[in-house]
Design a protein around this ligand. Sequence first.
Ligand SMILES: [Fe+2]
Length: 274
Amino acid sequence: MNTSEPLEDNWHDIISKAARGLQADVMTLAKNHWNEKNALELFEGICHPATLAAMAPALHLDGNALLAITVNDYHPGAITTPKNFKRFTTSYHGMQVNSYLFWSEENKNAVAFDTGADVIPLLKTLEQYQLKLDLILLTHGHSDHVCQLENLIAATGASAWIHQADLVSQAQPFTFPQTWKLDSTITIEARPTPGHSPGGTTYIIDSTSPTIAVVGDALFAGSVGGIPPSSYKLALKAIRENILSLPDATIMAPGHGPLTSVGDEKDHNPFFAK
Ligand SMILES: [Fe+2]
């Protein structure tokens, strides 16, 4: 299995996020399915696959999907994207963050999704393909995704948008439903995927084949972004209804970690696989 770009989360991250969301005590679960001495090892990062599989239902996770990630057997592999869609992975205090660029071949207008931690690669791509950055659509307001907004606006004059519940300086607020037109045929639709942040937004480009969903930190390959307990169940519901309802071939472009697809996540993400 291709693991050249690691998944954002490992088994420990996954069970920790599920336990936090459900306010479950992992130690109690581990003791119930193992023994106290060995349960302690779980907290030190020592994996015991059979125990994880046994604990999974109590954490509302799919045991087989969790095991596949635990033994390094799941990775979405290489995802082929349209020529007019680019991903940039930049480093924010040592953490890798994704931003994206998509453009119209008809009028060369482009849209950036988040800014990442360094906009130089994105600006070089605008120059390389002679594009005009028209829009900056922000998936949420966390600093690793928006910290270069001032620089990107200054360099391009683009208008920036974010859901009103996540408002940041220099971005205009929107509410749902909301769409933007890039040319005579391309429309970008905003869908609510709150939870990781109150205004968390997924942007759908359905003029491409396959459809592209830029999901921010709502969903990662094999995991989800961190979600507080108060919004955990509604966040998973929004992901099911507004992302996983898209066609299986839909390219899923997350804020961290590798690209994946809706079909892969429905089959292999422990939070959603059945
Ligand atoms: Fe975030």
